[in-house]
Design a protein around this ligand. Structure first.
Ligand code: PXP
Length: 236
């Protein structure tokens, strides 16, 4: 299982004072040195954390792999095609949300997503769709030639009982199996942390986990290098 680090929160902290530090690009370079397999950023419509300068510098400087989380809007698709990350992960975006709240409905947005995937593929960018662990959504993602899905793990992460956590893990296990059978790559993310990753890593067929909050929060106390190495050790 590969591990990509989301550095949006570094940019959020920088923007809190409207100044230049801490710089998410520096964080990404340090994260690569600590051993992550890729860097993830979400260029939001409101630019509340990552901005275009960050994105372009990351494209130029990182040597692992860039995963751009994005809404399927004309503006962001155009930027993505120009910057050419290795992967574009399409997420639903609501202006008021604190973070992405759940997966996108591929079924309800099939025409828009098909066109976005076409545009991104024409620029040699692989595409992932951030979805719930739902068989029908996975079928729809395969139907419109998505390369990957990213399974939303927020429900698993926020489960309040062991039973609920087990049920959600089972759903994810079936979703991974189904997606793999259809030839899709499978990533996962949202709410994964130093505790729940221990159970989650049993799902060995998952290609990559995308983690932000837990690792950036821990890095405040122990430093980015150690926070990343601890997570890499847990992922195994
Ligand atoms: N994957 C997606 C699609 C996300 O939107 C986010 C949050 O930015 C993550 C993964 C990482 O979630 P977290 O910050 O909770 O680790």
């Amino acid at each position: 299982m590969r591990f990509s680090l989301n550095v949006d929160h570094i940019a959020l902290l920088r923007n809190a004072r409207g100044e230049t530090q801490p710089d998410p690009v520096t964080a990404a370079l340090l994260a690569e040195q600590a051993g992550v397999d890729g860097i993830v950023v979400h260029l939001r419509e409101d630019r509340r954390h990552i901005n275009e300068r960050d994105l372009r510098l990351l494209r130029e400087l990182i040597t692992t792999k860039l995963d751009l989380e994005m809404a399927a809007t004309d503006e962001i698709i155009k930027i993505a095609c120009d910057v050419a990350p290795e992967l574009a992960t399409i997420v639903p975006e609501k202006r008021q949300e604190l973070t992405t709240e759940g997966g996108i409905s591929v079924i309800d947005n099939i025409t828009k997503l098909k066109s976005a995937i076409n545009d991104l593929h024409n620029s040699d960018i692989e595409v992932s769709l951030f979805i719930e662990p739902d068989i029908d959504q996975i079928d729809a993602a395969a139907q419109i030639s998505s390369d990957y899905i990213e399974i939303h793990t927020g429900v698993f992460a926020n489960a309040i009982s062991e039973e609920e956590q087990f049920d959600e893990l089972e759903k994810i296990r079936l979703a991974v199996k189904h997606a793999k059978k259809l030839g899709l790559g499978v990533n996962a993310g949202h709410g994964l942390n130093y505790q729940n990753i221990k159970i989650f890593r049993e799902l060995a067929d998952i290609d990559e986990v995308s983690i932000g909050q837990a690792v950036i929060a821990r890095s405040v106390f122990v430093g980015l290098n150690q926070a990343i190495k601890e997570m890499i050790n847990l992922i195994g």
